[in-house]
Ligand binder design. Sequence first.
Ligand SMILES: [Fe+2]
Length: 294
Amino acid sequence: MAESRETRSALHESLGFGLGLRHVHLRDVLEGSHDVQWFEALTENYLGLPGVGPGPSLERLLSVREKYPVVLHGVSLSIGGTDPLDASYLQSVKKLIDLVEPAWVSDHLCWTGVHGRNSHDLLPMPYTRDVVRHVAARIQKVQESWRKPLLIENVSSYVEFPESEMTEWEFVSEVVKSAGCSLLLDVNNVYVSSRNHSFAADSYLKGIPWDKVVQMHLAGHTDRGDLVIDTHDQPVRDEVWALFAEAIRRAPQAATMVEWDADIPPLKIVEAELMKARKIHAQVNRADSSAVLL
Ligand SMILES: [Fe+2]
């Protein structure tokens, strides 16, 4: 999709600091007053798909939308899959986009199933030039179908492929460049994968196109020593905050949000995590405007 003037300004005007919209917080979000600038809603919660648990109703999402900017975040696009793109899914999301008018839509750089069967997992791909071409062509089709900017998110991973011809950060960069899309950088996923695959997270941060980073995710993980799992069930860990400080220095304009998807605490606890992100952003960008980056 050619980048229109509206698209450019939507992507380059930061939304600031937001949260994932969760069912348990809805009443609080709608009735309370919060220092949250925007919400990210899970696309599949509003499509009536089989196998997806009950979420907030579309009516309530539209009530949130009246008060806050909203972006849509999906888990079913399977942009790296080999099945054809699911036309009925694309159509349903397009209808949702027309109703919600999100600033952008995001999904993951992964595949989720094959032969029509959904694994409900975000599965990594081999990092090859062929896969870059395959994914980039599919991203372009999706952007044309939705007439909205698509942000792709780096996933956490637990396996690697011997066929890979490049590092993950080179792969992500090549996809973004070839597809002409933007990047949702999940800082926790960078950390999780760096531990599981023994690479330096700093190398990842040095290797991605920062001018394409429009949004960042922060989340908690479970550290089992020889395995780190992306559980989203606890506060953001110090090692991820340290990476975030480096990331937000490189992309101070990126909209930032906290994901908390299991053992979800009261909204004020998640808001406190967001306030921490805001504080780090202010500290890093106030104190360090002349520092030499990594
Ligand atoms: Fe994420």
